[in-house]
Design a protein around this ligand. Structure first.
Ligand SMILES: Nc1ncnc2c1ncn2[C@@H]1O[C@H](COP(=O)(O)OP(=O)(O)OP(=O)(O)O)[C@@H](O)[C@H]1O
Length: 228
């Protein structure tokens, strides 16, 4: 079954007098368990597409279904609830909360879902252990390296038990050791927990690990390659 389905998605930004056509009819199906990279030149529409799939932005035209729900039919409030329950984000715009520890950052998402304190703590600890941060649970973001912060972001994205994880440039600004580490974690979660990952990237090391590579050029899908 498709977890994500877009049909003829168009996005026109109109900040000034000249409209910018960021997406020009994108039709894409992502099945459960995929580990898919969205690649393409700067400005080709990767972030715009992820924002639309994640319900952070609405398309100008076209249809978006996530987990069988037509998200274009949801009100803004319904969309907020839908995102919270179904989608894990590892976005740069979704930074960690600086005054909270790693454990509290992960647990916070579950507080919004009204889970018990016991469940929040237990799950936060097991997720942070899964991303190799057992010894950093009580550190605040400023006390962690960029790679460690990204791993907290992955743990936080998983906390809500989402249908899938969207990651916008998850390895941007990471050194090679942190990139390899984060990729291993994402890959393992995909293989062992069957969590669907869709991520945009410029990073060849990340592209090399993807099982499917969708290339956007100028707002359209130029290539869609599934690897064996
Ligand atoms: N909020 C906005 N208002 C106006 N134009 C925008 C906005 N966001 C993006 N654009 C434009 O839409 C096009 C696609 O941008 P987008 O950020 O989706 O590309 P991208 O492939 O993610 O780029 P990069 O790899 O540089 O992050 C670009 O021409 C960009 O300038």
């Amino acid at each position: 079954m498709a977890v994500i389905s877009t049909q003829g998605v168009e996005k026109i930004y109109n900040p000034g007098k000249i409209p910018v056509k960021a997406l020009k009819g994108v039709s894409l199906e992502i099945a459960e368990g995929e580990f898919t990279a969205i690649v393409g030149p700067s400005g080709s529409g990767k972030t715009t597409l992820l924002n639309i799939i994640g319900g952070l932005d609405r398309p100008t035209a076209g249809y978006v279904e996530v987990g069988g729900v037509d998200i274009s039919g949801l009100s803004d409030n319904q969309l907020i609830d839908f995102r919270k329950d179904h989608i894990g984000f590892v976005f740069q715009a979704y930074n960690l909360i600086p005054v909270l520890t790693a454990r509290e950052n992960v647990a916070f998402v579950m507080l919004l879902q009204h889970r018990s304190a016991q469940e929040r703590n237990a799950r936060a600890e097991s997720l942070l252990a899964a991303v190799g941060l057992s010894d950093k649970m009580d550190k605040r973001p400023a006390e962690l390296s960029g790679g460690q912060q990204q791993r907290v972001a992955v743990a936080r994205a998983l906390a809500s038990k989402p249908s899938f994880i969207l990651a916008d440039e998850p390895t941007a600004n990471l050194d090679s050791a942190s990139t390899a580490n984060l990729l291993d974690i994402m890959y393992r979660l995909n293989q062992e927990e069957h969590i669907t990952f869709v991520f945009s990237t410029h990073d060849q090391r990340v592209i090399d690990r993807a099982k499917r590579v969708v290339t956007l050029v100028d707002g359209k899908i130029d290539r869609d390659e599934v690897r064996g």
